[in-house]
Design a protein around this ligand. Structure first.
Ligand code: FAD
Length: 461
């Protein structure tokens, strides 16, 4: 797209104004239309309704989807804003956005914590739908994927365990065996932590990763992925987990016990022992959706700081908060960081579009490490500028901070991503050493040519 074509898409529009030119020039007219539409929906239907969402949780029960959400899901569907996350590679199921184009929508959705849900673009369902679309047979897709895509039910993902280091998934111990009297039935025993709360009346099923062949010499073939319907006998939720004090109703996070839970063997996805193939495939776009939305949340925190900085009712020592040099610098630093985080996530999305999800591994890890870490710091600074009220329920800043903090752990701790990046870096050392050896060889030749006497054996060029 030429620069005049970029002008034609109205780059001053608030939905587009923070996007760099290299992104704008890659947006299709359809994507530009959708990005603007998502922006309008979030700004007019979602953000102003945030207090209504909270009031309805009290009014109708914390584990029921508030009527507001049901209504907005209907409106979003009608407006063609459903399932925007599903990448182009999914053919007719996808609305046709590239990862880059969707990431622009996701940032806007993130401005309101629950807006993504109104557009069926929320975690863990996005990752689950991708997984089901990619690995299920036709019968399974009809039964489990299609109701999710139509927005008729929700799903959960269940991998983490309380007494194992499950960020290394080879440790997953929850056990799947076949019933000796009926090999077409699986029996599941074990404990799981996290996975959405069973009490939510719209939740339909869990996608469980568990150990089906502990003695297999290949540790990557010991586990299977299986669909567990919510009402399976022997599958119990002990309690809802709070995240730093928040119950995250009406979705929540459960702590679970499987005691001889029985599930049909036809609920295994892709085949027994193939959970790691599936987990690899799930490492795609779903991994950066949280990051994209978190940038939207952080932008909103930043807006609150700007409003506070210019609030005429708040004048310590007779000056606006924003008139102190330290706060002017603070605001500048936050803006610079926010804009650089956006570049990192857009780059990860574009890398996946151009080279595929696997080759995008580094760019994805880069987003997963940098975005939550930096967002925590930015929102913390916003609270500091806001003063005491910013730590109370008078402002959404504490919930925003908690969101940023939990993204450092959810979907894999940042330490594990760093570990992977560091290990990959170490693998480059021998190639780099070879190049440096070449520098020295050339330097020796240059010494001869210019008759310079240097012993280069111990010097590092
Ligand atoms: C809000 C929220 C929602 C979640 N939702 C779900 C869900 O829907 N389904 C689900 O299954 N799980 C979910 N989780 C759990 C989350 O995915 C796991 O907690 C996470 O993957 C880490 O696994 P673990 O708790 O077993 O940590 P462990 O594997 O025990 O790791 C503990 C710590 O060890 C360190 N560590 C681990 N690996 C390395 C390494 N390679 N190098 C250096 N240090 C390392 C890190 O500091 C890490 O935090 C959720 C978590 C949160 C906070």
């Amino acid at each position: 797209m030429s620069s005049s074509a970029i002008e034609a898409i109205d780059r001053e529009h608030p939905a587009l104004s923070r996007l760099p030119p290299w992104t704008l020039e890659k947006l299709s007219p359809n994507a530009v239309r959708l990005i603007k539409q998502v922006h309008h929906f979030v700004e007019t239907e979602c953000i102003p309704a945030e207090p209504i969402f909270k009031a309805q949780l009290e009014q109708y029960g914390r584990w029921k989807s508030p009527p507001l959400i049901r209504e907005l899901r209907g409106k979003a569907k009608e407006a063609g804003l459903f399932n925007l996350f599903l990448p182009k590679t999914f053919g007719h199921l996808s609305p046709g956005l590239t990862n880059l184009e969707y990431s622009c929508c996701a940032e806007i959705m993130g401005r309101c914590y629950w807006a993504a849900q109104t557009m069926n673009c929320h975690a863990p369902d996005t990752g689950n739908m991708e997984l089901l679309a990619k690995y299920c047979n036709e019968e399974q897709k009809e039964k489990w994927l299609m109701p999710l895509l139509r927005g008729e039910t929700y799903s959960a993902y269940s991998m983490t365990e309380p007494d194992k280091a499950t960020s290394d998934a080879t440790n997953i111990a929850c056990r799947i065996t076949r019933d000796p009297n009926d090999p077409e039935t699986l029996i599941i025993n074990g404990r799981k932590l996290y996975g959405n709360c069973k009490w939510n009346d719209e939740l339909g099923f869990y996608i469980l990763m568990a150990c089906s062949d502990p003695d297999n010499p290949d540790p990557w073939k010991r586990h299977s992925t299986v669909i567990v319907p919510k009402d399976t006998p022997g599958f119990r939720m002990i309690r809802n987990l709070t995240i730093m004090g928040y119950d995250h109703a009406p979705d929540g996070h459960g702590e679970y016990i499987y005691e001889n839970a029985r599930v049909p063997a036809k609920n295994i996805i892709l085949g027994e022992g193939r959970a790691f193939e599936i987990a690899q495939g799930r490492l795609g776009p779903g991994r950066i959706h949280h990051c994209m939305r978190l940038i939207g949340q952080t932008e909103r925190a930043y807006e609150l700081a700007l409003i506070r900085a210019t609030d005429p009712r708040k004048k310590p020592r007779g000056k606006l908060i924003g008139e102190f040099d330290s706060n002017i610098e603070r605001l500048a630093n936050m803006r610079l960081r926010l804009d650089s985080l956006r570049l990192v996530v857009l780059n990860a999305a574009h890398t996946m579009d151009v080279y595929g999800n696997k080759a995008g591994r580094y760019a994805i890890a880069q987003s997963k490490i940098l975005v939550p870490e930096m967002a925590v710091k930015i929102i913390d600074e916003c609270m500091q500028m806001y003063g005491g009220q910013g730590l109370t329920q008078h402002s959404p800043l504490p919930e925003m901070w908690t969101y940023a903090r939990f993204v450092r752990i959810a979907d894999g701790p940042d330490a594990a991503h760093r570990h992977q990046v560091g290990r990959d870096e170490l693998k480059t050392a021998s190639r780099i050493k070879k190049r440096h050896d070449e520098y020295r060889k050339t330097c020796d030749e240059l010494c001869q040519k210019w008759k310079v006497k240097i012993d280069t054996r111990d010097s590092h060029l």
